[in-house]
Design a protein around this ligand. Structure first.
Ligand code: ADP
Length: 537
């Protein structure tokens, strides 16, 4: 027997419609690419998104058409998110840090019809445009550009906004329709498209707001440093309108000084991003001798956070750090770390091992750790194996692929190696392809890196396995120094000896000026493996 309740579809437009009605004058603040700060609010974002929606319809865009954006975090990009998906078209965010070849591949694969771009990226767009097979028009999202008319190939966004919106309301359609498209960054092979639906996006946004997750409040001021071209800025553009928090968009200025100033002036309470961006903010905080005045929490995910980073934020500045984990295929949030009340009695040192874990599964995401044969491993915090996930905002199939991406039992294999403890805290010990297999044992490259970055002389570190005649693989440590001091292998191993198992101690250390950083801000280990392929230990 079916329930007898309304079946109103969960549509992305309902989020901005709600915000426009109930958080009408809540500010959306943008550091524009031109420099000055621009202020708008949810009512105006809704209004302009509707004008864009009408403009797209007049242009001939249909439900299911893919529309690309190549843009930073700004209010305009937010209008595009809602204007495009709101009419059933698909907002395809392009990662502007990818190479020209990757962008061309992805745009042609997605068959995007329009490409919206920030004017600062115009030269790139002009360069790749001859190779794009499906794009009909290129639209600049900047007021400073000339307002060419719609007949030219390149024209300005403002020309597309339609004034005929008096009778327009957001259309209602099936919630399972596709809403946005994001390609994985390619660290796991060639880029593959993850196609989110309205339903998955809205449920993920609702879950994100929960108290045990981002706990977004109406008096929060939220700054996503994580780009809108990386898994929809972890869903922030969708969850913030539900919560009614003020939204602050950093544009393209993501260095410590610019972030600090914007956060300070706008009273940012919660900021989200990958570990690398926080290093530069922390250095600037050290220079100023204080935190941005209202900052309460930072959410750090995308790569493992180190103990030294948590200490710098929490001990020196009183800013709480929450570790989070997810992936493009998971919309992306899977787990978030908040300590259960029983941990409050423990000393900081005793809390730390749990705080460093990625966190507990949030409602909606089931987690499972299995061995090589697919057998479930105990949730004892020690047994590590392949991490599988299942839930309503997790991928089934990649875009244009016929086969499901799931195991025969309906789980998605994340490619991560993890443990889960009896409280449900999950700890990523490595990517399955990064783990170092040494004499039948597994060495966690992530575990080793986290300890190494706690050394005073080390700014960044990466550990890779290099081949060894006896042990099959042994760890090579590659570090970027903080200053001029570069400890020897012996000195480093002395420092590590009481912090990691003896068999983890690296066999060699290399000092480099910088590490290869990929399009999503993570160290590209595949590149390092290529460079050090024939390394002799
Ligand atoms: P890609 O898989 O292409 O690198 P994603 O941005 O989707 O792109 O990255 C997801 C992966 O990033 C996860 O599977 C995991 O390996 C890693 N990751 C994400 N968050 C964390 C974290 N907090 N700690 C360690 N690894 C993380």
């Amino acid at each position: 027997m079916h329930g007898l309740m309304m079946n109103t579809p969960l549509l992305i437009s309902s989020l901005i419609k709600y915000a426009a009605q109930y958080h009408r004058d809540t500010q959306v603040v943008t550091r524009t690419l031109e420099g000055p700060i621009r202020f708008t609010d949810f009512e105006k974002i809704n209004e302009r998104a509707k004008k864009l929606a009408c403009g797209l319809l007049e242009f001939g865009i249909k439900s299911g058409d893919r529309i690309a954006t190549l843009a930073w975090n700004t209010d305009r990009h937010l209008e595009l998110y809602y204007g495009i998906s709101g009419i059933g078209a698909i907002c395809h965010t392009l990662n502007l840090r990818l190479s020209d070849e990757e962008l061309i591949y992805i745009i042609n694969h997605a068959e995007d019809k329009l490409l919206f771009y920030d004017h600062t990226l115009k030269i790139r767009v002009e360069k790749i445009s001859p190779h794009l097979k499906s794009v009909q028009k290129f639209v600049s999202i900047s007021k400073t550009d000339q307002l060419e008319n719609k007949d030219s190939d390149f024209f300005n966004y403002e020309n597309l906004l339609s004034e005929k919106i008096t009778k327009f309301d957001w259309p209602i359609f099936n919630e399972n329709q596709a809403a946005s498209l994001c390609y994985t960054s390619g660290t796991t092979g060639s880029p593959k498209g993850v196609l989110y639906s309205h339903r998955t996006t809205v449920i993920h946004a609702l879950a994100s707001c929960l108290n045990n997750v981002l706990a977004l409040r109406v008096d929060d001021v939220v700054l996503p440093v994580v780009p809108m071209f990386h898994v929809n800025a972890w869903g922030i553009p969708y969850s913030v309108p539900i919560s009614g928090a003020k939204l602050v968009m950093p544009g393209d200025k993501l260095d410590g000084e610019n972030l600090f100033e914007l956060m300070d002036i706008e009273g940012v309470t919660i900021a989200l991003g990958v570990p690398t961006v926080w290093l530069s903010l922390l250095d600037y905080m050290d220079k100023k001798g204080r935190k941005p005045k209202a900052l309460e929490r930072v959410i750090i995910g995308g790569a493992a956070v180190s103990e030294s980073m948590i200490d710098r934020f929490e001990i020196e500045y009183g800013v709480n750090v929450h570790h989070a984990w997810g992936m493009t295929e998971m919309s992306p949030i899977g787990v978030l770390n908040s300590l259960k009340p029983k941990f409050s009695k423990l000393s900081r040192a005793n809390k730390m091992p749990t705080k460093l874990k990625q966190g507990r599964g949030i409602y909606g995401v089931e987690l499972l750790v299995v061995d090589d044969d697919g057998k479930e491993l105990p949730r004892d915090g020690v047994s590590s194996g392949h991490l599988l996930v299942r839930g309503p905002w997790i991928i089934d199939k990649y875009y244009k692929e016929k086969k499901s991406a799931l195991t025969k039992d309906g789980w998605f294999d994340t490619g991560d190696i993890a443990t889960i403890d009896h409280d449900g805290y999950m700890n990523i010990t490595d990517r399955s392809k990064d783990i170092i297999k040494s004499g039948g044992e597994w060495i966690s490259s992530v575990g080793l890196e986290n300890v190494v970055v706690g050394h005073d002389a080390v700014l960044q570190a990466a550990v890779i396995g290099v081949s060894h005649p006896k042990w099959q693989e042994r760890p090579l440590l590659i570090c970027v120094p903080k200053g001029s001091f570069r400890p020897s292998l012996e000195e480093m191993n002395n420092y590590l000896s009481d912090k990691v198992p003896k068999m983890w101690l690296p066999d060699a250390i290399e000092w480099v000026e910088k590490l290869p950083i990929g399009a999503t801000g993570k160290i590209v280990k595949a590149e390092l493996r290529k460079i050090y392929k024939n390394y002799k230990l």
